[in-house]
Design a protein around this ligand. Structure first.
Ligand code: 5AD
Ligand code: SF4
Length: 350
């Protein structure tokens, strides 16, 4: 199939692109990219409208029991100062998010056994008692029984990136887990009625363009609601300190192709992409993305959530960040979404 035929199929029937066609889109040369961005923007507008959704991010703890090769929070990184927010700090951050009119809070943490199911249940129930707000969890691996409790406590969504859809490369970078277990957990989340988010890293050593096409294909087969993609940024205190890292252009291609294939998902512009490109929001939002996750972690801890160095920050006061983003969004002819902003693609609630 020629490039123009694949692009035509992308516009009308992108969910049926095969693996080779997805790889061809990711390999398009620069002259075809404006058309790729245009198709992605058109599909975005048709499938999820013009709203851009904010999700307030609270990084609860940077303790991590896992040892992912690429991540500054890995347990073997003894140079990192570890912190854990207490419940009052978490709830104050959530109050600020709800107070600024943002409809979703994302509670994120390394794999921290302290934040076990019972403690998390208490936090989720308190948030739900205080606010009409969607709760997204991003806490790493949990088993089915724990996930049932968290869901019953009121958690609406769960993010767990599969990171790379190649079992061998996955194992190389994640000594503590397997791709199979990760995918199994994503399926369980769907069965329990969570809205489910996965995602991958662009430019992990050992990864290929074919693997990126497999990332897209895996998300399609899981029917996910959300997908986060960002460039891998080498961290000096990890085994991958000398690696090259991912690039912004391939990340934009992934955003566009994810929109074309997954149609009505929520796609954020990630902080990792913003760290590589100062114009990331405007570019990503016009190439398929429709979400942004402002950081609401108390300022004193923010630089310690060091997945990679020099994470771009938009400032400290949430109200100010929100106003500045609202301006940006409106100058693009878009608007901020109001309410929870979920997808619930027809999934049955238990
Ligand atoms: N560069 C970019 N992203 C990273 N993550 C972890 N370490 C890095 C890094 N060095 C991402 C992983 C994880 C998410 C929370 O952060 O994809 O799922
Ligand atoms: Fe821990 Fe997540 Fe970092 Fe892996 S990517 S080391 S699980 S915080």
């Amino acid at each position: 199939m020629s490039t123009s035929e694949i692009l035509r199929k992308s516009r009308n029937d992108g969910e049926s692109l095969d693996l080779g066609e997805i790889e061809a889109l990711l390999s398009l040369d620069d002259s075809s990219l404006p058309e790729l961005w245009g198709v992605a923007d058109e599909v975005r507008s048709r499938e999820v409208g013009d709203d851009i959704w904010l999700r307030g991010l609270v990084e609860m703890s940077n303790y991590c029991a896992s040892n992912c090769n690429y991540c500054g929070l890995r347990r073997d990184n003894s140079k990192l100062t570890r912190y854990r927010l207490d419940p009052e700090e978490i709830l104050a951050a959530v109050d600020a998010i709800a107070g600024s009119g943002i409809g979703t809070v994302v509670l994120q943490s390394g794999e921290d056994p302290y934040w076990n199911t019972i403690r998390m249940r208490g936090i989720i129930e308190e948030i739900k008692a205080r606010h009409d707000i969607a709760v997204t969890l991003s806490l790493g691996f949990r088993d089915r029984r724990d996930l049932e409790v968290l869901r019953a406590a009121g958690a609406d969504r769960y993010l767990l990136r599969h990171e790379i859809a190649n079992a061998e490369t996955y194992t190389h970078h994640h000594p503590d887990s397997s791709l199979r277990d990760r995918v199994a957990m994503l399926r369980i989340l769907g069965e329990l009625g969570f809205e489910v988010g996965t995602g991958n890293l662009v430019g992990l050593p050992g990864g290929s363009v074919r693997d990126l096409a497999r990332d897209v294909d895996l998300a399609r087969s899981l029917g996910v609601d959300m997908y986060g993609v960002g460039p891998f940024i080498p961290h000096p205190d990890t085994p991958l300190r000398g690696a090259r890292g991912g690039n912004a252009l391939m990340t934009y291609k992934m955003i566009a192709v994810l929109r074309i294939v997954l149609r009505d998902v929520h796609l954020p512009v990630t902080t990792a992409l913003m760290t590589l490109d100062a114009r990331a929001r405007e570019r990503a939002w016009s190439r398929g993305a429709n979400v942004f996750m402002p950081n609401a972690t108390p300022l004193a801890y923010r630089s310690l959530y060091e997945l990679y160095r020099n994470r771009r920050s938009l400032g400290d006061a949430l109200e100010e960040i929100k106003e500045c983003i609202e301006c940006e969004v409106e100058s693009m002819g878009r608007r901020l979404g109001r309410g929870h902003g979920g997808t619930m693609k027809g999934r049955m609630l238990p």
